[in-house]
Design a protein around this ligand. Structure first.
Ligand code: CAA
Length: 445
């Protein structure tokens, strides 16, 4: 069977940074610890006035194509996943293709282009579409370009303002990939939920506390569904487990829940029994409430055990290092988590070939998906090529006043013209409006 998966990854952050504990928290009259310890965030990335979902996506795709020596003829499909689209008809992929065509002087006229929407899970759904297209033998030897790009901004004063971010991840999906091979097995947890939505509005309506619970419930369902086709999961089966990361504190909760599920009826549960007892079983309780209280008590004890702490430090924590510095990138977030884990492995000389990842994606509204990936030969070279450290270090550090202005300048309901805070260099930039209300772009040398 042909191996299909991710052949290359590129990450593009917004060019601005908001320091959460040192700039945002004091202005809000909050404790810095809410960010560094509670949410697990140091900073959020923001787009400068000349950046948007198209420029960040096109810049990521351009670097990927340059690095892999590709031209438009090599790409048979461009899918953009976003929940920040500005047009209900013309997909963002056409804008990104237009940007790239200007630079390459060649066109993507024979590439199928689309836009995927299901909140943050759309990035993984686009990978899925690419995988299926190649597996079905319809790609004519060509690769698929998947771009997950978002400006995750919340209304000023909304609780979500603490978890903003902006950036894009471009991924090349091919046969015989050089980073990871994707599993055929998948699990889904999907239900009609109103936890986070944007009914024809730019900034989301969010029930923040509920969204956390919905994330965990759908993720648990997806894991059970995955196990029904792939067999039981065990904590030792996976080198890393990258989750959708709206903020690292969310993944701390998901990791604990996942670990409890995976150790059930295993020797790990037996070994921990002396220290914290066995997991509560529903049949031992008269009602759901008593059972749920017992589970919470067990989880509180579990998270303090050495076994759990060591597993978390090795398997989950490495997925969070980039997210801590950039915040939520919605569709790109789980793909940032995978890249973060692979980068950690490279920096620590971990031999990953043949090792497995378990990917937990989530989108509000709501759906979770779980699949496995196997790391393949070539991953080190691909991950070494990422320049994410340089990009993070080069961001302009916003003052609180600048943050207020840049938020206004990206607010579609405000007419705020603002000078850029950084100077664009070798990148696509927003260049004003066309005669039909379309957005125009220009590559700055
Ligand atoms: N020291 C240490 N910890 C502190 C602290 C301090 N000084 N102050 C607060 N904390 C802790 C709190 O105890 C809390 O931790 P727990 O959740 O473990 O209890 C954490 O920091 C956050 O504090 P609050 O709950 O007080 O923060 P908040 O009221 O601002 O709400 C939020 C947090 C609900 C996540 C909010 O930021 C929000 O609505 N975010 C957007 C929605 C979101 O991201 N939901 C996630 C699931 S949905 C999803 O994943 C899709 C998506 O991408 C949006």
């Amino acid at each position: 069977m042909t191996a299909v998966g991710i052949d290359a990854i590129e990450i593009r952050t917004g060019n601005l940074k908001l320091d959460l504990p040192n700039t945002f928290a004091p202005a809000k009259g909050e404790e810095p610890g809410k960010y560094t310890k509670g949410l697990g965030l140091n900073a959020s990335s923001f787009p400068d006035s000349y950046e948007d979902i198209v420029t960040m996506g096109a810049n990521a795709a351009h670097r990927l194509m340059e690095r892999k020596g590709l031209t438009p003829d090599d790409i048979g499909r461009i899918d953009v996943a976003t929940e920040s689209a500005f047009d209900n008809s013309k997909p963002v992929s056409t804008y990104i293709a237009g940007c790239l065509e200007d630079v390459y002087g060649e066109n993507f006229h024979h590439a199928n282009k689309g836009e995927r929407k299901f909140a943050c899970i759309a990035g993984t759904q686009s990978l899925d579409d690419a995988y299926n297209w190649i597996k079905a033998g319809r790609n004519r030897g060509r690769a698929a370009l998947v771009v997950a790009t978002d400006t995750a901004l919340y209304a000023r004063g909304d609780d979500g303002e603490a978890t903003q971010g902006a950036g894009a991840v471009a991924m090349l999906i091919t046969e015989d990939p050089s980073v990871v091979e994707m599993s055929t097995e998948q699990g889904y947890g999907s239900a009609d939920e109103t936890d986070f939505l944007k009914p024809n509005q730019q900034f989301p309506s969010v029930d923040g506390k509920r969204s956390v619970q919905v994330y965990l419930s759908r993720m648990r369902e997806a894991l059970e569904d995955f196990e029904s086709v792939a067999g039981d999961t065990h904590p030792d089966d996976y080198a890393y487990i990258p989750f959708h990361t709206p903020f690292p504190g969310m993944v701390r909760k998901a990791g604990l829940l996942g670990y409890r599920h995976m150790i059930r009826d295993t020797s790990v549960e037996d070994e921990l029994a002396e220290e914290i007892g066995r997991q509560p079983r529903r049949e031992a309780f008269d009602n759901d409430e008593a059972y749920e209280d017992a589970v919470l008590e067990y989880m509180d004890a579990l998270k303090e055990t050495d076994a759990y702490r060591e597993w978390y430090a090795n398997t989950i924590d490495p997925t969070l290092t980039i997210s801590r510095e950039v915040g939520n990138w919605y569709t790109g977030s789980v793909h940032v988590a995978r890249a973060s884990a692979l980068r950690h492995a490279l920096q620590n000389d971990v031999d990953l070939v043949g090792k497995r990842l378990l990917i937990g994606s989530y989108g509000s509204g709501a759906q979770a998906e779980i699949h496995a990936e196997t790391v393949v030969e070539g991953w080190e070279e691909e991950v070494r090529a990422l320049n994410v450290e340089e990009q993070l270090a080069d961001r302009h550090d916003l003052s609180y006043g600048e943050y207020e202005s840049i938020h206004d300048s990206h607010n579609h309901e405000k007419d705020t013209d603002m000078d850029a805070l950084t100077v664009p260099e070798e990148e696509f930039t927003f260049d004003g409006w066309g005669r039909m209300g379309e957005r125009k772009y220009r590559y700055v040398e």
